[in-house]
Write a protein that binds this ligand. Structure first.
Ligand SMILES: [Zn+2]
Length: 248
């Protein structure tokens, strides 16, 4: 904008009529879910399911309920594989030191604790789960991953095999199966919380719970995984070629 405001005044009604004739004011947009006007500064998206525009408020509510459904579905799948699994509903907020999901296998003597994350795979095909996150004031705050380690250290007994980790569901869209990738690391009693690793995720990564991930792979996600794996392979090949280039 190159024009500068030189004076501010209230337009007279004649001037307003004149201006609106040149620049008609657009009719307000309505959200098809909550039926409220979408404010000009609010984001919205077109939804196939709702056959119209969905406002940001509704979109985040829908996303939250999807996250809740994912936690339940994740536990259900683990139970089918012979684990005992529970989600902790209050794990998100508050000063608790509890992870999203706790799991154990009585016969194998395995204890697991998880941070769960739902990702829109159309926007993100890779993601980093940070152990420590900075808040608005720049202070480091423990993530669910650190809380998972804390939980395991508090509840482990001798001889238990304890692993903490994260499970990410890459949501590909409505009515498309979405792959769940799991990554785990060993937790010991004397492990320091500051040493909890960040976990990098990619939709093409191999999973630490292959039997669970295999259930969630559809034809489409297999294809995406293959294409991305080939891409990384090509990229790594290029890197190798580069290192062997003679330097001047
Ligand atoms: Zn709405």
């Amino acid at each position: 904008m190159s024009s500068q405001i030189t004076e501010i005044r209230v337009l007279s009604s004649e001037e307003l009529i004149q201006q609106q004739a040149v620049q008609p004011i657009l009719p307000p947009k309505y959200c098809v879910r909550c039926r409220k006007i979408i404010p000009v500064d609010m984001r919205y998206r077109r939804s196939k399911k709702y056959k119209g525009l969905v406002c940001q408020r509704c979109d985040s509510a829908l996303w939250r309920s999807k996250g809740y459904a994912f936690e339940l579905d994740f536990c259900r799948r683990l139970k089918k594989l012979g684990y005992g699994a529970d989600r902790i509903p209050t794990s998100g907020g508050g000063g608790t030191s509890l992870p999203d999901v706790i799991v154990n296998h009585y016969e194998k003597g395995i204890r697991l604790a998880f941070e769960l994350k739902l990702l829109n795979a159309n926007a993100h095909k890779s993601w980093m789960v940070y152990a420590w996150k900075k808040d608005k004031k720049g202070k480091l705050k423990p993530s669910q991953l650190v809380k998972a380690v804390q939980y395991l250290q508090n509840h482990m007994s001798k001889g238990d095999m304890c692993k903490a980790g994260a499970a990410i569901k890459f949501v590909l869209g409505e009515r498309v199966k979405s792959p769940i990738i799991v990554k785990l690391f060993d937790v010991t009693k004397d492990m320091k919380l500051k040493d909890v690793p960040d976990l990098p995720f990619d939709i093409s990564d191999s999973s630490d719970m292959p039997e669970l991930t295999a259930q969630t792979l559809s034809k489409r996600s297999r294809k995406i995984r293959k294409v991305r794996k080939d891409m990384t392979f090509e990229r790594n090949k290029l890197k190798i070629v580069k290192t062997y280039e003679p330097s001047k």
